[in-house]
Design a protein around this ligand. Sequence first.
Ligand code: AMP
Length: 289
Amino acid sequence: MAELVAGLVKEIATLRKLLAPRRAAGETVGLVPTMGALHAGHRRLLEMARAETDVVVASIFVNPTQFNRAEDLDRYPRTLDQDLDVCRAAGVDLVFAPSAAEMYPAAMYPGEPPRTWVDVPALSEHLCGPGRPGHFRGVATVVMKLLQIVQPDRAYFGEKDAQQLAIIRRMVKDLNVPVSVVAVATVREPDGLAMSSRNRHLTPDERRRAAVLSQALFAARDLVQRGERSAEAIRTSVAPLFEAVQLEYFSIVDPETLVPVERIDGPVLIAGAIWLGATRLIDNLTVAP
Ligand code: AMP
């Protein structure tokens, strides 16, 4: 179906019409949800979906309900033409790029939130939760909508957003969604910085300082692997690395419940968020002693 390669679809009904015969023919569907401004991290997700499923759908939707700050939503990079090239090169079959009105049509007034929310409260209250009220409810809601719209066999998410991944896994389990959630390892720049659409906001000086987050994560991992078992000692030891940035949090938590741990007795998720000017960056590593 060459004419469908990276075909751009904006309507839910059209997407369903295109997918139905493929599914009826026994083909498997892979979904890669994104907010666009695609980079090598997204590319890795698309390539995995391409390798593992017959029909690859990439969604590009800057979801308003997951932004808790209006200026962050306004400033979020939008590069649809380049994104379509990336999707084409990765062998994506369909790019679903709906408008906000297509995704949230029930609003009675502009900006009205959706009437139905999907919320995973226990996992949303840690790490990024306190700094981004409502964010994960917006993420869970839009991902649930995308899963209902596309009905993929497999959906691909980056470990870069570890809390989002944990919340989506929990949601899929709790609500019996028939999809396999596939986690994809974080793609990094040569200096360790995790690739992110937000990196393009950094000034050259901020870009240089941004590397401290991954450096702290790698240093924390080394400490755990050399036998340190106290979360507090690890946090104290890496704290000087954050002197030239604004630290939101640096936490060592249980990878499933996201509850902070004091002693490291099994695998842990080490995660952090920093601010460089108006840009917020997150990163994490899963570490086993
Ligand atoms: P976003 O467009 O930022 O919402 O990200 C879309 C998907 O790409 C999410 O599942 C992210 O976790 C994933 N992703 C973003 N950055 C990276 C990265 N550096 N490496 C791997 N996956 C990533």
